[in-house]
Write a protein that binds this ligand. Structure first.
Ligand code: SF4
Length: 137
């Protein structure tokens, strides 16, 4: 079974430096990060709460506190994935997704993330410019 992943979390992995909302969140994020970003296990790309959200203090019942905003990030990432050739989001290798997103570097990705509270800290922006962080880069 593929790992369920919100589309915009593919971008969050690039900027991950071990920070997060709390210890539980970071430990779980790291677990999913390893499976997806490092081990390249298949994912199903969605625009609703995923395995990362399950341990997030911002998850209220079935929705993120910022659902409207984060869903917009998801939809923009999905739009780019489709534009660059990933049409079936049900069973995707992260390396394929990153190869597609890499073609949108860096301005299109920055424009997706610029309203995120983490983006203003700078390490995500930096990661968009660091080609060595991209799987299959
Ligand atoms: S802030 Fe929202 S989208 Fe991000 S991990 Fe938490 S619940 Fe999920």
């Amino acid at each position: 079974m593929p790992i369920i992943l919100r589309a915009h979390h593919l971008l969050c992995f690039l900027g991950f430096i071990g920070a997060g909302y709390n210890k539980e969140f970071v430990e779980n994020f790291e677990r999913v990060y390893k499976s997806v970003y490092l081990e390249n296990l298949p994912i199903k790309i969605v625009s609703f709460p995923d395995e990362i959200c399950m341990y997030c203090p911002n998850l209220n019942a079935a929705e993120c506190r910022f659902e409207q905003k984060v869903r917009m990030y998801d939809e923009k990432v999905i739009e780019l994935l489709k534009f660059y050739g990933i049409s079936d989001l049900e069973d995707v290798l992260p390396s394929e997704a990153y190869s597609a997103l890499k073609q949108a570097l860096p301005q299109q990705l920055e424009s997706i993330c610029r309203t995120c509270e983490w983006f203003v800290l700078g390490f995500c922006r930096e990661s968009f410019h660091r080609k060595d962080l991209w799987k299959n880069g």
